[in-house]
Design a protein around this ligand. Sequence first.
Ligand SMILES: Nc1ncnc2c1ncn2[C@@H]1O[C@H](COP(=O)(O)OP(=O)(O)OP(=O)(O)O)[C@@H](O)[C@H]1O
Ligand SMILES: [Mg+2]
Length: 366
Amino acid sequence: MFDDRFNDYKPTDYSDYAVNEHVTSPDELPTDINDNILRPTTLDEYVGQDKIKENLRVFIHSAKERGEALDHVLLYGPPGLGKTTLSKIIANEMGVDIKSSSGPAFEKNADLVASLSNLRGNAVFFVDEIHRLNRTTEELLYPAMEDFVVDFTIGQGPSARVMKLNIEPFTLVGATTKAGNISAPLRDRFGIICRLELYTPEQLALIVRRSAKILNVNIDDKACIEIASRSRGTPRIANRLLKRVRDFAQFEGSPTVTVEIADKALLRLEVDKLGLNNVDRTILSTMIEKFDGGPVGLDTLAAATGEEPQTIEDVYEPFLMQLGFIARTPRGRIVLKGAYEHLGYTYGNKAVERNLLNWNSGDHND
Ligand SMILES: Nc1ncnc2c1ncn2[C@@H]1O[C@H](COP(=O)(O)OP(=O)(O)OP(=O)(O)O)[C@@H](O)[C@H]1O
Ligand SMILES: [Mg+2]
């Protein structure tokens, strides 16, 4: 079924992917801009995160019945799990407008005052990357969140006067990937705090199925599961892999995405059976080969792999920890048994030699 054409496969539409690992980056890429059509718009369409959904349903229902703005909502969790999507759903379910912005956008207090005073009708005010608000802007938010007033300073020096400006009730929906960087006073002013979890393969398969329908892609159930289980628990990656796999199917002249095509395409994109990419594998093999499996400090690991410490911590580690491949200890990161086995190393062998079994063998000897 597969012929040599796959060897020459040159993707035509992702010239901005310098390397394949971008395919499995949970961060938003320029090629994701069309993803708006894939965003669910109601809680019913939003797959997974059941506890969050059920709670929001109650809070939204009650706030609507009282004719009030919904309490302020803080959404946190790794990139690509659906925070921005959920903010739009909240506005949609409340039947109110949404104004979207992001923490770094508020350079001056006046910027925030202008945004807040333009909100009408219990609107949702979405602030992405809320951990990046500067201190004075953040302090301006406190009375706005509590009493719907902002203190606004007019003039400078001794003649400066503080004005109190009433604003209309609104719902602040803050999103962040770094809940730890949010100050306690800000966090305490959110009535509803939701932590988004990585998705299970079954949930991601539903998302792939739904996206395939929207994109008019015929796909087998098994192929949905295959893509889902290689998407690092992240809907954004699942949608991206679906599009890339669709390209392979089209190139192959196959009207349906089968599990074989999905598997072949994902291998070609260097996404392994568990969804690890080259960077994940480099991190693990560096820890095993150069540091005897650890413990190794984050900065040392970053230097040895050529990745930013922050990137390792935010992008790679959560998934590797979820797989049970690495753990954090007070003395640094260690590699666990499952990772040795997955990469074909002998566990516990200090002078580790790379086994001939590499990550894509076993199932695929082509
Ligand atoms: N629960 C879900 N059900 C279906 N699709 C989802 C769900 N969550 C996210 N998606 C899809 O994943 C994509 C990424 O989601 P979104 O942009 O909301 O993530 P995010 O958490 O805001 O990421 P970031 O931290 O990078 O801002 C969306 O385009 C959407 O189509
Ligand atoms: Mg977002």
